[in-house]
Ligand binder design. Sequence first.
Ligand SMILES: *[C@@H]1O[C@H](CO)[C@@H](O)[C@H](O)[C@H]1NC(C)=O
Ligand SMILES: *[C@@H]1O[C@H](CO)[C@@H](O)[C@H](O)[C@H]1NC(C)=O
Length: 406
Amino acid sequence: MYSLPSLLQILSFLILASFSVAAPLLKKDLASYDPNSAFQSALNATWSTFWNYQYNSFSANDPTCQGAEFTSPVVWDIAVAGRALTDSGDQAKINAAVQNLLQYRRTDGWFSASTAKDGDVYVDDNSQVLWVFVDAFKVTGNQDYLDVAQRLMVLIRSQWNSQSGGVQWKLDGDYIASISTSEAALAAVRLYEVSPDPDLVYFAQDCLNWLYSNLQDPADYLFYDGLTASTGVVNKGKLTYTVGTALSTLAYLNKFTGSNSFIVSAVALGYAAAGGKGAFYGSNGYWNNQLQYVHLLFAGIADLVNIGVAANSQQSAAFGNFASEAKRNGAYIYTYLQLGNSGNYLSSVTSGPQSMFSKYATAFQGTGSYSPDSTYFCGGNVSGAVSRSFMDDSSAAQVFYEITRL
Ligand SMILES: *[C@@H]1O[C@H](CO)[C@@H](O)[C@H](O)[C@H]1NC(C)=O
Ligand SMILES: *[C@@H]1O[C@H](CO)[C@@H](O)[C@H](O)[C@H]1NC(C)=O
């Protein structure tokens, strides 16, 4: 019974070894840059490109595209921009983003995906909204913002599934996502910082315990996407934002409880996500997730090394390794995913303008071919002008902010 697994292990070792032979090709010119300037520039680009003063709202569309009309973004995108703004401490813009988010708030306190304020409500989006309100309260001291966050926490906790456990992804839905569960946990510990109710810490621990027991892949320690409560069927996709928010939560739990067991878990999880190989790495040797997912991995690493306390030299070394890996990936984003020096970014180096791909292809020969995607171009015309991305710009701003903490 042992011969087959060990043969497979040898084979996979050989496959990995053959990848690392190609490694010298990958150490390509990364720009040396100042993360704080990159943060300011990405944030400024996000605001100046997408804020619409007529509607007092961000727009989902790039207004420089001919014929582009103002379109309300989904609430998730505004929450990501909102976090980037709270990181900046700019009170006027924070208040503007908070008012923009309130255009999505139903009378019962949930935030809908759209300004229709209908039943299209995602619990994970609401956790991201809660983080913005907690941070906006911290910067401005406005008690109304804390009240909104506290109401949201009650609602989010009501989405714990009584049958299977875990936090439902869509309001009253049957799918239990790892992301809605890990983001609810992070919402609880972030709220605890400004409103210390011990129940919040217990809730966060319940969420992570459930995640580890039900959705961790024993082969690589990463988390599956989720499961359907009524059937138990697991969706085995994996994304960086679940790991990132789990790392952040573990760091806060270490801080609030003093227990090093959370750091032990975080170090294992960190190596699974940021150890140089595995599901999150592309053939070019860098993290492969879109910016909207990966920025929370940067945040998780920054939270771990700033909030978590390493208790021994192995844990300190792990913190250092994760920080280096985040910086390396940040330099990659700065160098290859930026549109010129504009502070605007695109998630995909192969799907945007030809000039962006050409620069990349020169450095990373043979890892990816050009396939322009109409969503990145004005009017969907892949021969025409680039249509910049509100979500990508906001996510990039957060990436560089987190790097300033490392
Ligand atoms: C902010 O963006 C505007 C519009 O693109 C630009 O004119 C300005 O120079 C930028 N400011 C900074 C500090 O980057
Ligand atoms: C697409 O853009 C190119 C370059 O601006 C232009 O020549 C072409 O007519 C456009 N195609 C359509 C269908 O608009």
